[in-house]
Design a protein around this ligand. Structure first.
Ligand code: SF4
Length: 445
């Protein structure tokens, strides 16, 4: 939380909408050891765990909308275990909320049906919880077997269906020890942003529950790994920040520390709503010497519980602030109605032996389809008819392909299949043709 140095293009800074976080269920298919709900699920019978009634959630939505909230995050437990999640989101939109987030482990999206069900809800963002860079680390952190595979598959499917995905990780020893793999995974998945949160004190660390000391070793041991992971993700175009962490614990990446916006209101496990940042600050501490640090103003220090276990010796004042790198020019998102129509037509949540993995718009208004089949992959370019040399044409489209000249011969049946599918829906797609169908949308980077 370094106000003057917090990049404006990250998380809440992008949206700038007052936000409320609402619990929608106790039930979860993970058992994260740092999570109060995870422990409730471990210790209580499933029958004693409840979904919050829809009327209660609607009342919370109304109350906080009246107080100014315009963005809602549904959290839990795992919101996607509710069959009426779509109705809750519809309630929020009907009240006037401008943006919705579902905080999820995305395991429900691992199946084609589940992914399509979630993608049909009109969610603004799915915030996917990924807690390790490897299967072993993630599954141990969330205390659930085969969770990693489902979470990653679910994330891929949501992205393939054109959904907006952010990733959240909690800096337990599981994630800290696999940061390199985690960064590589994020660079491959390319979510809209990545937030790495420090472990917060909670009833999950009550006696007979998780050990804070075991779960969170001294962060200074991982300073370099954390810095390298943050820098690698950002250099690859994946905005990544560490949240609510003293900058002195990530030397070299001090400018990548961020924090919650002060207007956010969150519901805590007791059911009360509290200002999130103020509640965090009430639990954080710093040593006297911080008054000489260039980051003193705005730096949160560490949680008192962390200081009890690890002391504050690793917090070392920094002489000068690190310059925030110049913000890059906003990239353009070339997505158009035709892009969405092509994705809906070709990218299926289920994968057979032949299909289209992704549809990407290009700056010139054409589209590139990543097709796959038993003989490998082929990039098929779809352009308005007559826009250039073509391998195949339909009434409205020209199709060509890009193949590796050094690789095996392209499987031309893939491009024939695309042409055939286009012919069937030509009448519907033709009006969407052309770069002027909808101007490119400026997209925050
Ligand atoms: S020395 Fe203190 S003020 Fe400076 S970054 Fe560390 S914790 Fe924050």
């Amino acid at each position: 939380m370094v106000e003057a140095n917090t990049p404006r293009d990250f998380g809440d800074e992008v949206v700038r909408l007052p936000k409320v976080e609402i619990y929608v269920t106790d039930v979860c298919n993970n058992r994260c050891s740092y999570c109060t709900t995870g422990w409730d699920n471990t210790e209580n019978k499933r029958s004693s765990l409840k979904h919050v009634p829809r009327e209660t959630i609607r009342a919370h939505l109304e109350e906080h909308f009246a107080k100014g909230a315009r963005r809602v995050v549904f959290q839990g437990g795992e919101p996607t275990v509710r069959r009426d999640l779509g109705e809750l989101l519809a309630d929020a939109r009907a009240l006037g909320y401008e943006a919705t987030t579902v905080f999820t482990n995305a395991r429900a999206a691992a199946s084609p049906i589940g992914a399509r069900w979630l993608a049909s809800m009109g969610v603004t963002w799915f915030q996917v919880s990924i807690q390790g860079g490897t299967e072993e680390a993630h599954d141990e952190s969330v205390v659930a077997g085969r969770a990693f595979g489902q979470t990653i598959e679910g994330t891929r499917r949501l992205l393939a269906l054109g959904q907006r995905v952010k990733v959240n990780g909690v800096l337990t020893r599981h994630l800290l020890s696999t940061l390199r793999e985690f960064a590589a995974l994020m660079i491959e998945l390319r979510p809209e942003e990545v937030g790495l949160d420090v472990v917060r004190p909670s009833p999950a660390f009550a006696p007979d529950r998780a050990s804070y000391e075991d779960l969170l070793p001294p962060l200074s041991r991982y300073s370099e790994a954390l810095r390298d992971a943050l820098l690698a993700m950002n250099a690859a175009g994946v905005p990544a920040r560490v949240i609510s962490c003293p900058p002195c614990l990530v030397p070299g990446a001090e400018h990548l520390v961020s924090d919650e916006q002060s207007s956010t209101v969150t519901q805590i496990p007791t059911g009360e709503f509290m200002p999130k940042l103020a509640q965090r600050r009430s639990l954080q501490v710093k040593p006297e010497r911080c008054s000489t640090c260039a980051y003193d103003q705005g730096c949160p220090g560490v949680f008192g519980l962390y200081a009890e276990h690890h002391g504050v010796g690793e917090l070392r004042p920094i002489a000068a602030r690190r310059e925030l790198p110049r913000a890059p020019e906003p990239a353009l998102d070339h997505t158009t109605p035709l892009t969405r129509a092509l994705r809906a037509l070709f990218v299926k949540a289920t994968e057979g032996p032949t299909g289209v993995r992704a549809v990407e718009p290009r700056p010139d208004g054409t589209h590139e389809l990543l097709c796959f089949g038993p003989k490998g992959e082929l990039r098929v370019l779809v352009a308005p008819r007559g826009a250039g040399p073509a391998y195949a044409s339909t009434a409205s489209f020209s199709l060509s392909y890009r193949a590796d000249p050094e690789g095996p011969p392209p499987d031309l049946r893939l491009i024939d299949a695309v042409a055939q599918a286009l012919r069937k829906v030509e009448v519907r797609l033709a009006p969407l043709l052309g770069p002027r169908a909808e101007p490119p949308i400026p997209r925050p980077t």
